[in-house]
Design a protein around this ligand. Structure first.
Ligand code: SF4
Length: 216
């Protein structure tokens, strides 16, 4: 696994090749400070992908806890996301097929109401297309939250409508609400999500993880 979150070491640049291109790009992302003038805190890009990434978790932006740990979804939202995926923490962080690349790689700060600011568009504009181009094995994108869905799909419908229409995107992508505790009431109001979408998410994730990770 190659990461720009600071929790693991990025491989050194070597002869040109796909792995080196990815390592070089991740090193550039890790060094990005494009938002530094707008925040009271130092940017800390967190992204965790590798050549073997097949399941790409596309969230919104790291929260404060992930900003401090450098490990994506190392928080209660991550616990709920793993439960939705039907995998445990060791699998989430240990299997090279699972990658995480949010729409913005850095914590954007906390707004006056106590929530996080939305992910800065600049980040996706700067990095997203280049990163995805170096992840050719991705076969399932989990679009977590309205910001990720709007960017990836160009779909401006409310998140609930996009998630309810999940079959239109399967099997290559699946829209999910953000697994934050802030969406617990949403989950109670929309029981079809747990009944219909989650079993399919687990089926797809399990099918991908059941294969040899080195298979092409
Ligand atoms: S959020 Fe993205 S664009 Fe902004 S500093 Fe972090 S890596 Fe750079």
């Amino acid at each position: 696994m190659t990461t720009a979150g600071g929790a693991e070491t990025v491989p050194a640049r070597g002869a040109a090749g796909p792995a080196d291109d990815l390592a070089a790009l991740l090193a550039d992302i890790r060094g990005c400070r494009a938002c530094a003038d707008e925040w009271p805190h130092e940017p800390r890009p967190v992204v965790r992908v590798g050549e073997a990434t097949r399941i790409l978790v596309c969230g919104q932006a790291p929260g404060r806890r992930v900003h401090e740990s450098g490990l994506p979804f190392d928080d209660p939202s991550g616990e709920r996301l793993r439960e939705w995926m039907g995998i445990d923490r060791a699998t989430f962080y240990g299997r090279p097929e699972i990658g995480v690349a949010a729409m913005a790689f850095c914590f954007p700060g906390t707004d006056p109401k106590g929530g996080d600011y939305p992910p800065p568009r600049r980040c996706a504009e700067l990095w997203r297309a280049r990163l995805l181009a170096l992840l050719p094995k991705v076969e399932l994108m989990l679009l977590v939250g309205g910001h990720a869905q709007a960017w990836a799909l160009g779909d401006r419908r409310p998140m609930t409508e996009v998630v309810r229409d999940w079959r239109a995107l399967a099997p290559d992508a699946l829209p999910l609400p953000h697994p934050s505790w802030r969406n617990t009431a949403w989950l109670k109001r929309h029981p079809w999500f747990q009944a219909e979408v989650i079993p399919y998410v687990r089926l797809r994730v399990g099918e991908i993880l059941s294969r040899d990770p080195l298979s092409s």
